[in-house]
Design a protein around this ligand. Structure first.
Ligand code: ADP
Ligand code: MG
Length: 692
């Protein structure tokens, strides 16, 4: 059976070759609720979630629609985040993703009576080696052998070509606009093989940014913003669903936050709001054409892939550049073409489908070889099987040990791009390169390294399974003959452990405590009057908290700003999470029992030192830091000020806020704004007045 899986950052899709067609398999249709929208039953959100009314981690639509905390797992895995906070516990990203693969496999079994034991899995174009490795490791742990990975654009092109069965098709553009990024690729068919000739993209430009634009439209018409986290989560979903409906309806009523009334948004208003975003997404398309010195007339077909490319304005604007080359969604379904192409690839590989198409390797395979230049050893990628090789393929190359008398040899198996480095250890990131594993070879005694020369043969079978054989040239003795199928912890240290997956699937996740964050609890003044509470004594700034009815005002903290401390940006300083922690600690000491709400900018993980990035992600996932959506106009400030106003809080920041003082006049009130100064790790906080 030939299966294809699109392991997307927002949605995953499973397809199989049924002998005639690449058929999409619904996995989770019963959990769709009011999202039962055409085609959505084919999708399986790549998410995990936690709900207080369920005793297991939730996956797919349940995670997306019914959890109180939802985490996009595939995205985290591909980005190389080591841990993900699910509820109150943190898990390796590969284990969480293996959980998604396992759920896909289980559902295929229970809903479709199909056993998904092998599959061609797609990864985004240009996925770094480590991302590919982690994807295979996660699938493998879930019981799915994903030896063959192909890139998303290649998969889409394969499916389309299989659909139309035309020989003439040579130049294809895939315009793939999903939830998080836009990826444009130009592919050219050479002897039945698609090669990705140019690829351009913009990260953090996708459905989420479009949601944000619509959200702003709705909020401009609604009386209130969402209050509290439950309302916020519901509003986020309502906005996304409204966006999706606007692709086919001309006017949509969006429930306003809190759900007591609704706001009408017309297609026209929506299009005006998102035009700048769509214009940005057209950029990579023009860039790609320019890279290859092509004009639209050189292109045969444009495949519109991904959810966001279903927006009529997007089709219209791409059409303005590419003319009538856009392929209709009936022929190439934007949501499923990638998975269907993967199923076609699997069918071609296994011989279930005989057509004039080939699946090529997306990356070269080789080993690391070392040569010495004076005192320095220079390691490089020694290619054995090139990129775009069709399967099956067997190729060899001869090597000899570096040192005389060497008894053992480590032969590293590398996959990637021969131009990139092969420095770091197994499983680590080396640009596009990844060391799949290292084989130990025992050498017979020899004096001259030439005597110990051996031939290394890589054989890639039709399923994308790699066999490595080393034969001593002098005697033809077989030194190694092995299938490279280990993507597990035991060989690499970066795989997924079976025990961890089992525990993850069986665990009863706890929710991070939410009570303290509930807006409704702290702003209900009527309740406060009835039940006056004792206020904890507040050293330092207690005086400014006077006037608040009973509870101390929460501190709403500009984390990105405090992370700079007294560092001078123009002097090349760097914000750090550690500095932010020290500030928070001091605030906690000064204000025991006070709620701290910490905001950081969308790019915070990118500006802190490398070693802190994973911790930032954990704290964001765990709700300790609130990261605002990418592309928020005005950065974290706009959310921070909104929340501070609604929660009647005290803002802690050194920002001038000059452009906001008109709207947020309360900031100038007594005790509403605090600044901080750090001197050698010691913080002092004092009241400020915003600068006009
Ligand atoms: P990914 O490739 O990131 O996994 P998808 O291609 O599944 O993502 O696209 C998901 C995004 O597309 C989401 O932001 C979703 O809201 C959006 N989307 C899905 N369907 C539509 C539609 N009909 N119109 C507009 N946006 C849509
Ligand atoms: Mg996708």
């Amino acid at each position: 059976m030939s299966f294809g899986i699109d392991f997307g950052t927002t949605n995953s899709v499973l397809a199989h070759w049924n002998g005639e067609d690449a058929e999409v398999l619904a996995l989770d249709a019963t959990n769709l609720d009011d999202w039962n929208y055409p085609g959505f039953a084919s999708l399986f959100p790549s998410m995990v979630g936690v709900s207080s009314v369920r005793d297991r981690v939730l996956f797919g639509w349940e995670a997306k629609l019914r959890s109180e905390q939802a985490v996009p797992a595939a995205k985290r895995l591909l980005a190389g985040d080591s841990d993900i906070m699910v509820g109150t516990r943190s898990w390796p990203a590969s284990t969480v993703s293996a959980g998604i693969f396992r759920t896909i496999r289980d559902r295929a079994n229970s809903e479709q009576l199909l056993d998904v034991d092998t599959a061609v899995v797609t990864v985004p174009a240009n996925s770094a080696g480590a991302a590919r490795f982690r994807t295979r490791a996660a699938a493998r742990e879930a019981g799915i052998r994903a030896d063959s990975l192909i890139n998303e654009p290649t998969a889409a092109a394969l499916y389309y070509k299989q659909q139309i069965g035309s020989d003439a098709l040579e130049n294809v553009v895939t315009f793939d606009w999903g939830g998080g990024t836009i990826d444009v690729t130009i592919l050219e068919a050479e002897e039945g093989l698609f090669e990705e000739r140019a690829a351009r993209g913009v990260a953090q430009l996708g459905g989420l940014e479009i949601d944000q634009a619509l959200r702003n439209l709705v909020l401009a018409k609604a009386k209130h913003g969402p209050q509290g986290f439950a309302e916020e989560a519901a509003f986020v979903r309502d906005v996304e669903l409204a966006k999706i409906r606007l692709s086919t309806e001309s006017v949509v009523a969006v429930p306003s936050p809190g759900g007591r009334s609704s706001v009408e948004i017309t297609r026209e208003e929506f299009e005006d709001a998102i035009r700048p975003i769509v214009t940005k997404a057209i950029g990579p398309l023009q860039h790609c054409l320019a890279d290859l010195d092509r004009v639209p007339e050189d292109i045969d077909s444009v495949l519109m892939i991904g959810g966001s490319s279903q927006i009529p304005l997007v089709r219209q604007m791409v059409g303005e550049v590419m003319g009538d080359r856009l392929v209709s969604a009936d022929v190439c379904d934007p949501m499923t073409a990638v998975a269907q192409g993967a199923a076609v690839a699997a069918a071609i590989n296994s011989g279930d489908l005989e057509i004039d198409l080939a699946v090529g390797t997306t990356h070269a395979l080789g080993t690391a070889s070392t040569r010495t230049d004076g005192d320095t050893e220079i390691r490089s990628f020694s290619q054995i099987i090139p990129r775009n090789a069709t399967l099956p393929r067997s190729q060899e190359r001869t090597y000899r040990p570096n040192r005389p008398g060497q008894k053992r040899l480590g032969v590293e198996i590398w996959e990637g791009d021969p131009a990139d480095p092969v420095n770091k250890k197994t499983g680590a990131d080396n640009g596009s390169n990844i060391c799949l594993t290292e084989l130990k070879i025992d050498l017979p005694a020899f004096r001259d390294p030439n005597e110990a020369s051996f031939t290394l043969t890589y054989t890639y079978d039709v399923n994308g399974l790699l066999e490595v054989r080393a034969v001593l040239d002098r005697t033809q003795e077989v030194l190694v003959d092995r299938e490279i199928n280990a993507f597990g912890l035991s060989t690499t240290g970066v795989g997924v452990s079976a025990a961890s997956l089992r525990e993850f699937l069986e665990t009863q996740p706890g929710l991070p405590s939410r009570g303290s964050r509930s807006v409704a609890q702290t702003t209900s003044s009527a309740r406060e009057e009835q039940e006056p509470k004792l206020r904890p004594s507040l050293p330092g700034v207690s005086q400014v908290l006077e006037g608040s009815a009973s509870e101390p005002r929460p501190l709403v903290i500009d984390g990105s700003n405090l992370a700079w401390g007294s560092q001078n940006r123009s002097m090349g300083g760097q914000p750090t999470l550690a500095r932010l922690h020290s500030a928070l600690e001091e605030l906690r000491t000064q204000h025991p029992g006070t709620e701290l709400i910490v905001f950081v900018d969308a790019n915070f993980r990118h500006v802190v030192p490398d070693e802190e990035k994973a911790q930032v992600d954990r704290e964001v996932a765990g709700g300790k830091l609130h990261r605002v959506p990418a592309g928020t106009v005005g950065g974290a400030d706009v959310y921070l000020l909104d929340i501070a106003r609604k929660k009647n809080g005290v803002v802690v920041s050194n920002d001038s806020f000059s452009q906001y003082t008109e709207y947020h006049s309360w900031l100038a009130g007594k005790g509403r704004l605090f600044g901080g100064t750090e001197v050698s790790g010691i913080w002092a906080f004092k009241e400020r007045r915003p600068i006009r």
